[in-house]
Design a protein around this ligand. Structure first.
Ligand SMILES: [Fe+2]
Length: 320
């Protein structure tokens, strides 16, 4: 084994679970020691089999590292792997769901931390097989909904909202080819991209935000919209999801205080999923509700008018 003293920013973490399909490794792999030093683990091109995986697990880790300079090689590998796994009839639906889920979390984590066009673009590419799986495989949707986890990290929240939203869009638009589910997926999974500009102390503040802090939080929709517009990577509809997902029918939403008829149905889907996800997650300012409690709360306090049909579809997601 050779050690490297290279700075940590030269390395990018890759989840062990993304290397699970008995394929040749796309780049050299490293482990991070408790001291913070990176140690060479496996050479590019070796078959990453069960024995290699077990060595990592035995060391108590679930993450390996690649050199930042090899990021594009790894991304191409991850994308190819997902596409072939999703299309492979010999892979169980549960394994497919796990594979797209871990890849989404990892890629969205990077995009939310550093929303440069290259990372937004890579996230959109990984979302393609994910959306494809949700749209075409009923059983996989069920597994993915089970995999949504209770955590208030922005990228985990966004992955959950993306899964709920695409699953709901599938129910609502079933068989209607006018809706570009891939484009919508990008908007749903990246709806909170602008949150990367909110200081962490505000994002994680326990208790109520003051007016100034609330103003900063509210900026995330315009910031996110601007970021994806600058990147040129999303459709108008996907950008509208980002812009309108906090608008409310009574005009008390933001950024524009739109009224019901001005709010796009795609943004409504995202908002329902966003509210549900917030209610069922532990947040600094409230304790999470169960799924049943959250749906009951939404029915009584959140849903009215144009949202009622959407909400009926949303409830079905939890009886799949
Ligand atoms: Fe938001």
């Amino acid at each position: 084994m050779k050690d490297t003293e290279a700075a940590s920013e030269l390395f990018q973490p890759v989840a062990l679970a993304t290397l699970q399909f008995e394929r040749a490794t796309p780049c050299d792999l490293y482990r991070r020691m408790h001291s913070g030093r990176y140690v060479f683990f496996a050479k590019k091109g070796i078959l990453f089999d069960q024995a290699a995986r077990q060595r990592v697990i035995d060391s108590g880790a679930d993450t390996l590292f690649i050199l930042e300079g090899e990021r594009d090689l790894y991304h191409a590998y991850l994308k190819e792997t997902l596409i072939s796994v999703v299309a492979d009839p010999t892979v169980t639906t549960e394994k497919k769901a796990e594979a797209v889920h871990v890849a989404c979390l990892q890629t969205l984590h990077r995009a939310y931390e550093e929303p440069r066009a290259v990372f937004i673009s890579q996230a959109c590419e990984i979302l393609e097989p994910t959306v494809q799986l949700i749209v075409t495989d009923h059983e996989a949707t069920r597994h993915l909904i089970r995999l949504t986890s209770y955590d208030h990290s922005t990228y985990i929240h966004s992955t959950n909202v993306g899964i709920f939203s695409i699953a709901l869009a599938k129910i609502l638009f079933s068989g209607n080819r006018d809706h570009d589910m891939q484009a919508l997926g990008a908007g749903f999974f990246l709806h909170d991209l602008g949150k990367c500009r909110i200081p962490i102390e505000i994002l994680n503040k326990p208790g109520l935000l003051d007016d100034w802090e609330m103003e900063i939080v509210r900026r995330h929709v315009l910031d996110g919209y601007q970021m994806v517009e600058d990147s040129g990577l999303m459709t108008d509809e996907a950008r509208t999801i980002i812009l309108q997902h906090h608008e409310r029918d009574d005009g008390r939403g933001y950024p524009y205080g739109h009224l019901a008829k001005e709010i796009h149905p795609y943004a409504r889907i995202c908002r329902l999923a966003d509210v549900y996800e917030a209610l069922t997650s532990d947040r600094p300012y409230h304790v999470c509700r169960s799924s049943v409690e959250a749906l009951k709360f939404m029915k009584e306090h959140v849903v009215s008018g144009p949202d009622e049909r959407l909400f009926a579809g949303f409830v079905k997601l939890f009886t799949l």
